[in-house]
Write a protein of this length. Sequence first.
Length: 277
Amino acid sequence: MNFLEFVSALFGWVYTICWSLSFYPQAILNFRKKSTAGTTVDFPFLNSLGFLSYLIYTCALYWSPLIRHQYALRNNGHTPTVAFNDVAFAFHALVLTAILNTQYFLPSIWGFEQSAGRKPSRFITGIFTGCITGIILIIFVVASQPQTADPKTSWAWLDVIYVISYAKLLVTVVKYAPQLVYNSRKRSTKGWDISQILFDFTGGLLSIAQLGIDSYLQHDWSGVTGNPVKLILGNVSIFYDLLFMAQHYCLYRDDGLKGNGEREALLERGENGRRLD
């Protein structure tokens, strides 16, 4: 293993650890205050679909001989730039997201106030339903292809995996928006743990760096173009992380002033009926 290979492996595991740690602060904060106040249910709800999609995507590219073969046909014989740490991260993220969802949908088992149980907005529910529908449609299209079809130029199971990955991309693009809007409406980030954003920001930077190093080592940038999910995930996450940091450290840095608790409680009661609907 040369130096760049070592750096790539190091970045891979460090960003995996950072992104994995980002799932704990919010769940721990909710547990400590026995409430999910200050956060929207839209984020964990949509995240569950996103990481289920990402787990399927990474497992297929890492383990499936059929998918890896079809990928090589379309990318100059190169193998996917998905590493085992990507699979490990996706699995861990799905488990932690599922646990976080129980705090919103089953608050009683955590000892939270019963009123803390909420429903996702119609907008987020529509995104969720649309992603599932799109995946089912592409599966039907590929299953209808003749067995003699060339996977390099025709619809193939690799395209199903790509569509599943695009569902993850769409989730990532949308999932932060409700919380950003909610923070803006109550002019506070109270209840939203900024630690998860700092971990996510560091992980995003290292993820992009690893992808670039791996593509350089292959002497072919199809490692980037052939793995758009990893590239775009890192960039989108960084963009949203910067917005959250701006809210927390600049725009609403005095959100602990007296009176915010009352304003947050009022918004909590009112927002449930009109969040991005």
